[in-house]
Design a protein around this ligand. Structure first.
Ligand code: ACO
Length: 276
C-alpha cells in the first residue's frame, strides 16, 4: 500500500495489474467521510487521472466498513462554525468526488462494498459504474434514523437505480439490507462471499481493461446523458458521440475490430473483444 504525494493517510492507493485500489482508510471511524477524506479523494482522483498505470479504479474501505457515510461530527457538526463559503466549498468538493467524478471519470470505476455502507456512501456506490458487494455487507439509508432526509444527492441516486418500492421502503424505514439483497434488487451487480470480493472485483476490472478505453469512456458518459434526454435528442447525440469517439480514437479500434472479423476472420465480436 502506498500513500502518494498530495494526500495523507485517510485514503490509500495501491496499483496492481492496471487496477488502482483506492481505499478509504479510517477503519476506527468506519471510514466515515470527513473533510480529510474529501480532500484526499480529490487529490487521488487527480493523480490517477494522469497515471497510465491506473486503467480501472476500484473503491473500497479498510476494516469492516465500506463507509459509514458522512462523518456526523467532523463533516456536519464541526463545519457549522466554518465561514459559510468554506462549508459550501467542502460540500461541493464532496459532491464532486463522490458522484460527479466517479460517474464521469475518464476511467471505469467499480465499488467493492466490503462492509457497512450508509447514507452518503450510497453516492459513491451509485456514482461508480459497477458495484460488487460481499454477501454480508450491510447497507442502510439511515438518515431517517437521525432525523434528516437523504440529501446531498442520495435520494436522486437511489431513485436512478432502485425500484420505487425499494427506494421508498428503505428511505422511510431506515432498515438495513445485506449484500445478497442488494444484488437481488440490482443496487449492485452481484454479491459474493467476503473472501472472494477482491478476486471478483479484480476479475471484473480485468474484463474492462481488455476493452477500448476511449469507447468505454464514451459509453458511460452517453448512458448518463441519454437517460435525461428525449428519443430524438438521444439519437442525434449518440450518432454524434459515436463519430466523435471514432474520430478521436488514436488506436483506430473500430477499424481493427471490423478488419479482424471481416478480413482476417480472427474473432467473433458477439463473443469477445477484438485484439487491441
Ligand atoms: N460519523 C461519525 N463517526 C462515526 C460514524 C459517522 N457516520 N460512523 C461511525 N463513527 C464512529 C463512531 O462514533 C465511533 O467513534 P469512537 O470510537 O471515537 O467512539 C467509531 O466510528 C466506531 O463506531 P461504533 O458505532 O462503535 O461501531 P460499530 O461497529 O458498533 O457500528 C455502525 C458501526 C453501524 C456503522 C455505526 O457506527 C453507525 O451506526 N454509524 C452511523 C451510520 C450512519 O447513520 N451514517 C450516516 C448516514 S447519513 C449521511 O451520510 C448524510
Amino acid at each position: 500500500e502506498t500513500s502518494g504525494t498530495g494526500w495523507g493517510n485517510a485514503v490509500t492507493v495501491s496499483i496492481e495489474d492496471g487496477v488502482a485500489w483506492v481505499t478509504m482508510n479510517r477503519p476506527d471511524k468506519r471510514n466515515a467521510i470527513n473533510p480529510a477524506i474529501v480532500r484526499e479523494m480529490t487529490a487521488v482522483f487527480d493523480a490517477l487521472e494522469a497515471d497510465d498505470a491506473a486503467e480501472v479504479i476500484v473503491i473500497t474501505g479498510a476494516g469492516d466498513a465500506f463507509s459509514a457515510g458522512q462523518d456526523l461530527k467532523e463533516y456536519f457538526r464541526e463545519t457549522e462554525s466554518w465561514p459559510p463559503h468554506e462549508r459550501d466549498k467542502l460540500f461541493a468538493q464532496n459532491a464532486a468526488w463522490q458522484w460527479r467524478r466517479t460517474m464521469f471519470y475518464r476511467k471505469p470505476t467499480i465499488a467493492a462494498v466490503n462492509g457497512w455502507c450508509f447514507g452518503g456512501a450510497f453516492q459513491i456506490l451509485i456514482g461508480c459504474d459497477l458495484a460488487i458487494a460481499s454477501d454480508d455487507a450491510t447497507f442502510g439509508l439511515s438518515e431517517i434514523n437521525w432525523g434528516i432526509i437523504p440529501a446531498g444527492i442520495v435520494t436522486k441516486s437511489v431513485s436512478m437505480v432502485m425500484s420505487q418500492r425499494d427506494a421508498m421502503y428503505y428511505i422511510m424505514t431506515g432498515e438495513t439490507f445485506d449484500g445478497k439483497q442488494a444484488a437481488e434488487m440490482k443496487l449492485v451487480n452481484k454479491s459474493v462471499p467476503a473472501d472472494q470480493l477482491r478476486a471478483e472485483a479484480s476479475k471484473l476490472a480485468q474484463t474492462l481493461r481488455a476493452k477500448n478505453p476511449n469507447v468505454l469512456r464514451a459509453c458511460k458518459t452517453a448512458y448518463h446523458h441519454v437517460r435525461q434526454m428525449g428519443w430524438e435528442q438521444s439519437l442525434d447525440y449518440l450518432m454524434a458521440k459515436s463519430d466523435q469517439t471514432t474520430f478521436r480514437d488514436k488506436s483506430r479500434g473500430a477499424e481493427k475490430g471490423m478488419s479482424q472479423f471481416i478480413d482476417e476472420k480472427k474473432y467473433r465480436p458477439g463473443l469477445g473483444a477484438y485484439d487491441k
